[in-house]
Design a protein around this ligand. Sequence first.
Ligand code: S3P
Length: 428
Amino acid sequence: MKTEKIKPSLKFKGSPSIPGDKSISHRGLIFGALAEGGTTTIENLLESGDVQSTARVLMQLGVKIKKENGLTLVEGLGHNNFKVPKEVLDCGNSGTTMRLMMGALSSIHGMKATLTGDESLVKRPMKRVAESLRFMGSTITMKEDNFAPLEVHGDVLRGIDYELKIASAQIKTAIILAAIFADGKTRITGEIHSRDHTERLLSHFGVNIKSSPTDVLVEGGQKFKANKLKVPSDPSTAAFWLAGASLVKGSELLLKNVSLNPTRIGFIRVLERMGGKVTMKMTEKDPEPIGDITCGYAGLKGITIEEAEVPSLIDELPVLSVLASQAQGRTVVTGAEELRVKETDRIEALATNLRAMGIQIETTPDGFIIEGPQKLKGAKIDSFHDHRIAMAFSIAGLVAEGETIIENADCVGISYPEFFTTLQKLTS
Ligand code: S3P
């Protein structure tokens, strides 16, 4: 198990290139594999543990994926040509891999696949996905009817009217992927305001989908077409550097080609409201808005974040709690109970580590309350094997008194393998 030592930093300067967006990378591989023939060429695919899990699972299903001149090439196999895997499909730590593949596999007639994952993933709820897919006609069996290992039996599915109760892009995408190959029309209503990469990218891959503020409509019996895809840099990864720049005096940060998709920039919007010195400039619009971000040090103030805003910054809330501890006044986060079922219970993980660093925090079932500013003291940090906890507390270490030790730090490889080398460059 790797540990990393973080020292207080007097400098935070640079323009690091941010790796590709994790959500778009998973989708690029899966949509490319589903294409009926033709090669999908992906530029700037994120090379990290989670995306490798998706690639590995697709290859077990017979998809050919290779790297050439820095590009990732996915040979379209077409969903009906996916082969029944001989071995268990190991999704590693990746909830996105498991949930999206449940959707894609459930509509393949004759498919029988067992999906599992690591110690963290087998504890995450899957009934929320299985429920809608069963309603469409697929058979899914799960441990305690909620957890992996789980078995998907594909079938000819029927379109459904479904009211989504949880604002989750993973569940929404699983339903959409099944609906594309089902008989008839599917309409999804309810909590559909999570990240919309699937909706945007489907048209790019030749699939018709209509999405409005009130519903998502998918016609069954469609086919994917191979295409070229440029993956923008990941805004959830960028958030760690924006937080670092906001906290370290005299900082200067420029991040280029980052996804500025409106469903993903909640953290930047919140940072602006906190008084952060952050700017965004859009440089491209289609199929995903992309642009440049600058950020510098600012004295921050506490704010309130409510349920409606949570999906747009769900992955950034651990690092936001670090900013809140340094901001003037009270920060209240509500409506974020989904944090409890991420790679770890992130509300408990962030509270445990903030307390270890000397911060008083009150946790609630769906969020937390922090009265700032308080003094951060260097401490031993338990990452709980969660990449975003390890990175958030590395940023805290930059402005803590004394040394901060991040235990089990290698989990950053799930989304950002170069995190510690980039941190080193920005601060030295
Ligand atoms: C993801 C959606 C989010 C996010 C996860 C990736 C996706 O989860 O936390 O890191 O790629 O669809 P939910 O929207 O399912 O909560």
